[in-house]
Design a protein around this ligand. Structure first.
Ligand code: 8DG
Ligand code: MG
Length: 146
């Protein structure tokens, strides 16, 4: 048992970003112990002292190289992953944003965590979607109309 396993698991806070362009959102195919090989939003862990907006801006920059603007809170969801190779629990803050430069294209900045980023029309999303995102879509959530 290493030091990490000895600590009782706790919920963590994640910030994810619906980056909107026309009628499309930016998704990447995950390489991770949670939701491997599923399409997910850019995002990651809230760092100590950060605002949700700051975290959204930082994560999108770190993962895609893109600069975002009009970053705003949409909602919070509770996501428990007990059946994953590494069980985890996230309180996920969903944000919405737009490209600072509408012409800028994403770069795959963390190829060990993602197979690549692309734009997908909201009405024609790829499969499989990452569980928390899939749940929202099935509930009829639409990031363009909230
Ligand atoms: P970091 O260490 O760079 O901060 O984090 P990361 O490696 O980029 O974390 P992540 O797994 O991409 O995101 C953290 C958690 O956020 C993830 O394990 C579960 C939760 N999460 C959702 N929905 C989504 C989503 O659509 N995309 C991403 N990336 N994470 C999501 O609940
Ligand atoms: Mg991430």
């Amino acid at each position: 048992m290493n030091g990490q396993d000895a600590v009782a698991p706790v919920p963590r806070v994640a910030v994810v970003v619906f980056l909107l362009k026309g009628r499309s959102v930016l998704l990447g195919l995950r390489r991770s112990s949670v939701g491997n090989s599923t399409f997910a939003l850019p995002g990651g862990h809230l760092e100590f002292g950060e605002s949700f907006e700051e975290c959204a801006i930082r994560e999108v920059k770190e993962e895609t190289g893109l600069e975002i603007t009009k970053t705003e809170f949409i909602m919070v969801t509770n996501n428990v992953f007990l059946d994953e190779p590494k069980p985890s629990h996230y309180v996920t803050i969903s944000m919405r944003a737009e490209l600072a430069d509408p012409e800028e294209e994403p770069k795959n900045m963390e190829p060990n965590k993602c197979d690549g980023w692309d734009w997908y029309e909201w009405g024609n999303l790829p499969k499989p979607l990452f569980g928390p995102l899939d749940k929202l879509v099935n509930e009829g959530f639409n990031p363009f109309s909230t």
